[in-house]
Design a binder for this molecule. Sequence first.
Ligand code: HMG
Ligand code: MG
Length: 316
Amino acid sequence: MTGTGLPMTVPVAGLPARVRVHEVGARDGLQNEKSVVPTEVKAEFIRRLAVAGLSTIEATSFVHPKWVPQLADAEQLFPLLGEIADIGDVALPVLVPNERGLDRALALGARSIAVFGSATETFAARNLNRTVDESLAMFEPVVARARAAGVQVRGYLSMCFGDPWEGAVPLAQVVRVARALRDLGCDELSLGDTIGVATPGHVVALLAALNGAGVPTDAIGVHFHDTYGQALSNTLAALQQGVTTVDASAGGLGGCPYAKSATGNLATEDLVWMLDGLGVETGVDLGALTATSVWMAEQLGRPSPSRTVRALSHKE
Ligand code: HMG
Ligand code: MG
């Protein structure tokens, strides 16, 4: 620590010059919080994230409100974000599982969406009420219509590194669904370690297998949950393989309904601390981001689980 609230910058060879942080706190974080956050507080959270320099902020989900009650206010929230899109050209992706969700998102002017598939049958059934192939069929018209409308499409792929019901997930099984999402037309894939069990060698092996199947690393983002404290190590391994898009959640918000001890996604502050130290550009102001997470923790009535937020906001 330099005394300025930032790490000393010591670059290392073999890393990208710049990383795009795909901020998921308002969606993946809040969907897993016990309390339902008021719509105005969500809008203010997203506004503060944009001011802190995050250029991609996943805003909400247009899913069935009974499946994710925490995000049932998508219709009320999205229109409140109009001005935020102008702060430094911020993208506000939303999750869309089917055509009904796409209609809702397009009606409100969404310009970036994400479909979300699973590498395993059990999670596909529990999350989407479909088999893996049925969910791909459900996404097909969504991706086609979104692309025809000039809307960016991300394809999430959950349970890439392990599944709480099925255990180990073979690389070939992940590659098959990843390839299918690419073939549907997803611009980018996000590899989800939904329960946080991945380790760095596994990350390197999956990226190599995907490359071998024709999925280029520059079309891949990584989405690590930090259940076993591996999220940063896994991220560094991915960066060394050329990945430049990393998902993270401000303040480490969230958890996972399928791994009770899960601490949520990789905290954005922990990620930015490491990247600042490595001299990798993110455009994020760590002080402003930390202040945002401290404010959000007050709204939720509990301290942030992010080590970096705790360290930077600690008062003697
Ligand atoms: P279903 O029950 O099979 O839906 O759910 P359906 O197609 O049979 O339709 C039933 C009713 O729901 C119909 O209404 C539809 O209109 C309505 P009715 O005709 O009976 O009155 N409906 C909708 N209403 C509003 N918005 C919609 C919608 N779709 C149907 N979009 C469904 C299928 C996909 C809808 C449901 O399973 C669902 O909403 N799932 C969402 C689950 C979810 O959001 N999970 C969290 C995101 S994934 C994640 O967090 C992982 C990730 O972070 C990566 C990682 O960590 O791995 C991304
Ligand atoms: Mg997630």
